[in-house]
Design a protein around this ligand. Structure first.
Ligand code: SF4
Length: 395
């Protein structure tokens, strides 16, 4: 049985197809490394070295921490590391990381607010022993504060500060909390989750009640069930594709790579490209025709009023023009709508006009908003229809 992790689950949530390539098909490709990732790795390594040194009885100076950081940076930086902002250089990222370490040092030195228990500690957690489903992860630092509270620390080097609510719902550290509490059951009745946002000199905290942790275990297992039952692993195109090395084999992108491999004149004649270009042209013509039809109908209406005729005769067809008044119910947000509905209810006519909103029902069913037991009960009565859909977008 596979060993899951928060990041593995996140890959599935971001794009099931990427999950399949990486964890089911086990296609090994070098990952894209961005300068932001590299900076994060180096800052984490510098803080790890700092606390490990402290565990051995000596606190390194800030200069020593920075020297180690710069040395590792120079040794490990490679030209393949992606810098997507053209105004930035590798040195800019190096300095950002230095500044993060200086900020952290100024805030916590002499680092005696808590005692470090473990650094870069591997946490494993059995979620379903019968099915041998387990999770693993690495805690940046585990410590005990002076008041006896255990703290699970996570260093963040990103340039965005999350809302507190995001951290209160964070899965990663909460799963680590379950693992830590199982490892030290008699010591860890009070646990805090602590995120250090180094670029902002901010420490953000959250805690989890035992029921919240049970609910998290239940939801994590439910997600693993979905992954294990998945047979299609749909593609989910988004910003994350930018750093996905599976693009050349991904059905959402592979055609572009095949095209790029063709010589220039053959590219526009490739059958797929011809079909797409034709579809774009037809769509433009359809739009133009719709606009022309609307204008001609308006002109015809104007003509019939001016000439005082109801029917206008052409060479092969005649057009009868009429004006009629229909009623419409106010929009849902209009206060008159609620009153109109009350009148119908009061007259006992509600059941005659209300029908199931099938679109909303399908949406709730498909999105998983409705609980699993309810969706299972409903499933046998739903029709399954296969349709193909073509969505045209600019490249
Ligand atoms: S390229 Fe995008 S859609 Fe395709 S597998 Fe990667 S992340 Fe998913």
């Amino acid at each position: 049985m596979p060993l899951y992790s928060h990041s593995r689950l996140s890959v599935y949530e971001t794009c099931p197809r990427q999950y399949r390539f990486r964890y089911v098909d086990r296609i090994k490709l070098p990952r894209v490394r961005t300068a932001e990732m590299f900076r994060g790795t180096q800052v984490h390594a510098a803080l790890e070295a700092l606390y490990r040194r402290m565990q051995r009885g000596r606190t390194p100076s800030l200069d020593e921490v920075l020297d180690g950081y710069r040395r590792a940076w120079q040794e490990q930086w490679t030209p393949e590391i992606l810098i997507s902002d053209p105004s930035m250089t590798p040195d800019d990222f190096l300095r950002q990381g230095e500044q993060d370490l200086v900020t952290y040092d100024a805030r916590y030195r002499p680092f005696d607010a808590d005692r470090t228990v473990e650094v870069e500690s591997r946490i494993t957690l059995s979620l379903d022993p019968a099915r041998r489903i387990s999770l693993q992860g690495y805690v940046d630092r585990l410590s005990i504060a002076r008041n006896g509270v255990w703290r699970i620390h996570d260093y963040k080097t990103g340039r965005r500060l999350p809302a507190q609510q995001v951290l209160d719902e964070d899965r990663q550290l909460a799963l680590y909390q379950i693992g830590v509490q199982r490892r030290y059951p008699l010591l860890t009745d009070r646990v805090e989750l602590v995120w250090h946002y180094l670029a902002f000199d901010q420490e953000m905290r959250s805690s989890r009640a035992p029921e919240a942790l049970r609910e998290l275990e239940r939801r994590t297992l439910a997600l693993i069930d979905v992954i294990q039952a998945d047979t299609t692993f749909e593609t989910r195109v988004g910003h994350h594709c930018r750093t996905c090395t599976y693009q050349p084999m991904c059905p959402a992108w592979s055609h572009q790579f095949r095209q790029a491999a063709l010589p220039e004149p053959e590219r526009v004649l490739e059958p797929g490209a011809v079909l797409v270009d034709r579809l774009v042209e037809l769509r433009e013509r359809k739009r133009e025709l719709a606009r022309q039809m609307e204008q001609t109908q308006a002109d015809l209406f104007e003509y019939s009023r001016r000439e005082g005729v109801e029917t206008v005769f052409g060479a092969t067809h005649k057009a009868t023009i009429s004006e009629e008044e229909t009623v419409a119910f106010p929009a849902p947000a209009d206060p008159k709508r609620r009153r109109a509905e009350e009148v119908i209810r009061e007259a006992g006519r509600w059941d005659e006009v209300v029908m199931l909103d099938v679109r909303a029902a399908v949406r709730f069913y498909a999105s998983g908003v409705w609980p699993e037991y309810f969706r299972r009960a409903l499933a046998p009565f739903l029709n399954r229809i296969k349709r193909f859909r073509v969505a045209l977008r600019k490249r």
